[in-house]
Design a protein. Sequence first.
Length: 415
Amino acid sequence: MSIHHQLRMTPPIFILSDVRSGSTLLRYILDTHPKICSPAELYLGQLCQNLYWAVYYSLGQTYTVSTNEERELLALAEVRRIVSEMMNSYAIAKNKQMWCEKSPPNLLYLDTLKGVFPDGKYICLYRNCMDVVHSTLEAQKFGYGPMLAKYIHREPENFVAALIEGWTDRITSQLNFERNNARSCFRIKYESLVYDPAETLEALFAFLGVEWNPAILETVFSTKHDVGNGDMKTAYSENIAQSSIGKGSNLSRANIPPHIVDRMNQILAELDYPVVGPDWDTSPSPYIKHHHDATKRKPLETTQKTSSIEEVFTTYVPRRIAERKDKLHDINAICKFVVSGNDSGVWRVDLTGNGNSVTASDGNAHCTVMILDRDLLGLVSGKVNPGEAYMQGKVRIEGDPDLVMRIGQVLFSPN
């Protein structure tokens, strides 16, 4: 059987999750499997919705279609054909047999996705609400996207309450979808994924109908994954981190209106999470497991301590480039670093293949990274995750962010 025929017979996979709930981590794991490819966020739900109406009001108006039901069926079939052709071609190019899409905004288009892909397999990924809110506040330094903005606009004086309200609306829709499509849905919780990945993933892969090999966990972060929208922190990780679980206990319960707490707690209880009770502000999160968390980033350079920005660019960066020549073939660009602080300067890293030079100079570049000296030293030492630094506003970028990510993975990734 050819891979083309297999792809036509293989149902698509969708990770359904709210923002900041671990969908990028799960995408990396699935993408590591030899039979599954999972790109960055493609927003297929919105694409399907837009294509549906485009077909409905074009081909659906032709003389061959006479009723609304026929228009709907035609539109759904045509959208499935268009999207499947694109995604199957992607899977073939990756030498894979199945594809998975993970955009959180897909939660806004669940009925459309199910109508277009009735045979699809849907992974329902959940995370504790208070941890989601804490992670969102920590990461969204440049504003809130469409999924969150309307709630922030509604309650601009109380971001925590606004984000909880948004979470309850979206998770209510997700739970309703799961109830109505139980046979095609598999529930997984972020906490189980990071605390007990082998056991959790074995059951997930059985649901997907592919073999599970625990060795996949050893290569998740060394495998090359396509860049794009998602949690940038995951791209620079070296293991499955547990350290973010329970951070929501740092958020005060006192300023959350009672009716919002009550609605959140109903959903938390349904998902078998501890509820946010009166003692939330005085005790650690009850979901934290008290065992070793080996998530501290290792120093990137063990042979010599880098203590100045000049050493970063005259010693550390050239050495990383020499060590990772195999990762440079698809970059072919110049990246400029504008370092501010007491140890400031401007440096150009030329990866165009002309000797891959590093010079202390200004000039044209394909992309520019602006960063404080202490934060750059933190990246080099491994104490700071580059993706996390970007989300927290410690790194500013001019130019193509995907290009900066690829360069950053060469210079600052542990793998």
